[in-house]
Design a protein around this ligand. Structure first.
Ligand code: KIV
Ligand code: ZN
Length: 522
């Protein structure tokens, strides 16, 4: 038994948190992270007390393999898992990637539902049973801690599901995950499935059961909690609920539901909830994926009170309209007013209060940008600082950087952009026209760094109120089947558009897309 499983069985109310932000989360369109960003996210997850970090799918690409191996070597507290299909080469590659982890886990899966068996796998039930026995045994020969998942478990007839679970445990699986792969289940059904499996499978007591819920019907968190009531003791989830299609159960939501409603859900996790906001920001920054404003626990409005009646209640007593304190999830209420007279110490303390923990160089960089912004903008709000720091963190490893931009816009076209970029340390300037100023800006980037990526999404919104507010732009680019998202903020919408496009372009470059910068260097 591993530490993780031992902990869970020694205390019946302990629920393990298995974070799959770096695997299932990263599978969501546009959420790709670079190698360095994955390490940063893994560090935050470990600091927060996540029990198992699913670091990636090692066979998927060399980049995934490298990231899983690096995380395995780096993380000392949490178990590090690598995903593998029920294929010998996948399992060997996952075993190799997690080999140096203090606590390695191989997570292997195969579909069990009739729909998947008939249309995708084209295999009989008996053939799949044989595959389970063979592949789980192979994984168990490589590591002691093996998780097996029955993909599409919730659309699998219970009798056959019992047979597959029994075979996996017999072959050496220590954790059994029964995912709601397509987000189809409802809570009563999911709870009942775990109860039945645990009652009917003869060797069920030899494994920890796990929930893994997708959010297609908005029920991922409710289903996960129901699965725990049905006897599961591991929750698979992601920060900000990112994941395939509508996403996975959000880690911050399951953790806080268990904490706030401990009266009816008497289960503990080992998560330090005061780091939830920091983790949310780290993930949102790494994958340039905005957090919905009204997102539970970590959304910008999660602790904002607008109506007069609510504000009146809050002034009299916080419990009138708050079921948990902002501080409990890492949002600090005290607010230092920041402006051009604020010094380094105040800036550092502000960042700390906002949940950022920057190294000296990053802090210095952010401070310089803050001063430049404060010169241009009367009031610098928390949201401005957040946008500025996120951008700073995202650009630490960029190969293409914006140096300057001038745009001629207005009614008398054509709109024209003159741009200077720093490409791998060389300055290159180009001029381009476009159908509108933003098109001209993007054409200038393409003129300097020719590429095939297609613009899939362009979104702009004001970070705060007022005409001097920063504009935050999100850009999604796709190239040969993979898509990446970039975010940029600046009081000038055209500059933020250029920054966002470059963040996304740099991510594509980090994924191996080659740069063909123009030779016209200065
Ligand atoms: O949703 C799912 O079924 C999965 C498996 C790989 C566990 O992500
Ligand atoms: Zn999944």
């Amino acid at each position: 038994m591993t530490d993780a499983t031992r902990n869970a069985s020694s205390s019946k109310d302990r629920v393990l948190i298995f974070d799959t932000t770096l695997r299932d989360g990263e599978q969501c369109p546009g959420a790709t992270m670079t190698f360095e960003e994955k390490l940063e996210v893994a560090d935050v997850l470990d600091a927060m007390g996540v029990d198992i970090i699913e670091a990636g799918f090692p066979i998927a690409s060399d980049g995934d393999f490298e990231a899983v191996s690096a995380i395995a070597r780096r993380i000392k507290r949490a178990t590090v898992a690598g995903l593998a299909r029920a294929i010998s080469a996948d399992i060997a590659r996952a075993g190799e990637a997690v080999r140096h982890a203090a606590k390695p886990r191989i997570h292997t899966f195969v579909s069990t539902s009739p729909i998947h068996l008939e249309h995708q796998m084209r295999k009989s039930e008996d053939e799949v049973l044989e595959i389970i026995t063979k592949t789980v045994a192979q994984a168990r020969n490589l590591v002691e801690d093996v998780e097996w998942s029955a993909m599409d478990a919730t659309r699998t007839p219970i009798d056959y599901l019992c047979r597959t679970v029994e075979a996996a445990i017999k072959a050496g699986a220590t954790t059994i995950n029964l995912p709601d792969t397509v987000g189809y289940a409802v809570p009563d059904e999911y709870r009942a499935m775990f109860r039945q499996i645990r009652e009917r499978v003869p060797n069920a007591d030899k494994a920890i059961f796990s929930v893994h819920c997708h959010n297609d019907l908005g029920l991922a968190v409710a289903n996960s909690l129901a699965g725990i009531e049905g006897g599961a003791r591991q929750i698979e989830c992601t920060i900000n609920g990112i994941g395939e299609r509508a996403g996975n159960a959000a880690l911050e939501e399951v953790v806080m539901a268990l904490r706030v409603r401990g009266d009816v859900l008497p289960y503990d996790t080992g998560i330090d909830a005061s780091l939830l906001t920091r983790a949310s920001k780290a993930v949102s920054t790494a994958c340039s994926f905005p957090v919905q404003y009204n997102k539970a626990i970590v959304g910008r409005n999660a602790f904002a009170h607008e109506s007069g009646i609510h504000q009146d209640g809050m002034l009299k007593n916080q419990t009138t309209y708050e079921i948990m304190t902002p501080e409990s999830v890492g949002v600090s209420k005290t607010s230092l007013v920041m402006g051009k007279h604020s010094g380094r110490a105040a800036f550092r303390s502000k960042l700390k209060e906002m949940g950022y923990d920057l190294g000296d160089n990053q802090l210095e960089d952010a401070f310089t940008r803050f001063k430049a912004l404060a010169d241009r903008k009367k009031h610098v709000y928390d949201e401005d600082i957040e946008a500025l720091v996120d951008e700073n963190l995202a650009s630490a490893h960029d190969r293409v950087r914006l140096v300057s931009l001038t745009v001629i816009a207005g009614t008398r076209g054509p709109q024209r952009a003159t741009m200077k970029l720093d490409v791998d340390g060389r300055f290159v300037t180009e001029e381009a026209e476009g159908n509108g100023p933003i098109d001209a800006v993007f054409n200038a980037i393409k003129a300097i760094v020719p590429h095939e990526a297609v613009l899939e999404l362009y979104d702009v919104h004001a970070v705060t109120e007022g005409t001097d507010a920063q504009a935050e732009v999100t850009v999604r680019l796709s190239h040969e089947g993979s898509s990446v998202t970039g975010r940029g903020a600046d009081p000038d919408t055209l500059v933020s558009s250029a920054k966002a496009y470059l963040v996304a372009l740099n991510k594509l470059v980090a994924k191996g897309v080659r740069l063909h910068a123009q030779a016209a260097a200065e």
